[in-house]
Design a protein around this ligand. Structure first.
Ligand code: PGA
Length: 247
């Protein structure tokens, strides 16, 4: 399985800035066998990023959010077919900011995952506990509840889902889980899938939350961690280059 380095640009880098970022990044990034770079720009920059990276097979473009219906009266929303037409081959679902800032429910994430599967766009389901839940020893229970969005999917569909474990208290805070803490949760996630018929080796579990050039190597040294989902450090072409080239 390839290692995945995913950059979630959040509400940064409109088309002009995206082009400048890619110019700088692509000039210096050389493809490394067994590594994929996934970029999640804001919706308005999807087409630009897809166009600028179309000759780089190892770079996958994705959208940060989708609606579950294909079209309709949903002001401000983006459907999966539209995102796909603009070049998206993947989508984040249930990012902690969607859940905690915009009130996305588990039912919403479940519908989004199904819409993505229907259109063969890779779903990256983000899960993670809040600090009080961690301190109360509820981490695995919270994650399993969030994985409930996948209930009823068969093993084939489940094997197509990428999971990103992002402890909420580590996102944008400069605090990150230790590789050992992350690995413990990754093991619980893998066990959930294995219990539903998915071979552990077919599953990709990313870690996210304050991943930076200075902690990436320790995280990747942990065999449970198949890659990373990076926010803040992914919009700085220099930091991002260091992350994707890290050994
Ligand atoms: P961060 O964000 O790297 O800025 O902590 C990660 C994410 O939200 O995906």
């Amino acid at each position: 399985m390839s290692r995945i380095f995913a950059g979630n640009w959040k509400m940064h880098l409109g088309p002009e800035e995206a082009r400048a970022f890619l110019k700088s990044f692509l000039a210096r990034y050389r493809r490394v066998t067994g590594r994929e770079v996934w970029l999640f720009p804001p919706a308005v920059s999807l087409e630009t990023v897809a166009r600028e990276t179309r000759d780089r097979a190892e770079i996958i473009v994705g959208t940060q959010n989708v609606h579950w219906d294909d079209k309709g009266a949903f002001t401000g929303e983006l459907s999966v077919p539209m995102a796909k037409e603009a070049g998206a081959r993947a989508a984040l679902v249930g990012h902690s900011e969607r859940r905690h800032v915009f009130g996305e429910t588990e039912d919403d994430t479940a519908k989004k995952v199904r819409a993505l599967l229907r259109h063969q766009v890779k779903a990256v389901l983000c899960v993670g506990e809040m600090i009080d839940q961690r301190e109360a020893g509820q981490t695995v229970a919270v994650i399993e509840r969030q994985l409930g969005a996948l209930a009823g999917l068969d093993a084939n569909a489940l094997a197509d889902i990428t999971i990103a474990y992002e402890p909420v208290w580590a996102i944008g805070t400069g605090r990150n889980a230790t590789p050992a803490d992350a690995a413990q949760v990754h093991r619980a996630i893998r066990a959930w899938f294995v219990a539903r018929g998915v071979a552990a080796r077919n599953l990709t579990v990313l870690y996210g939350g304050s991943v930076k050039p200075d902690n990436i190597a320790a995280l990747l040294a942990e065999p449970e961690i198949d890659g990373v989902l990076v926010g803040g450090a992914s919009i700085d072409a220099g930091a991002w280059l260091e992350i994707v080239n890290s050994r």
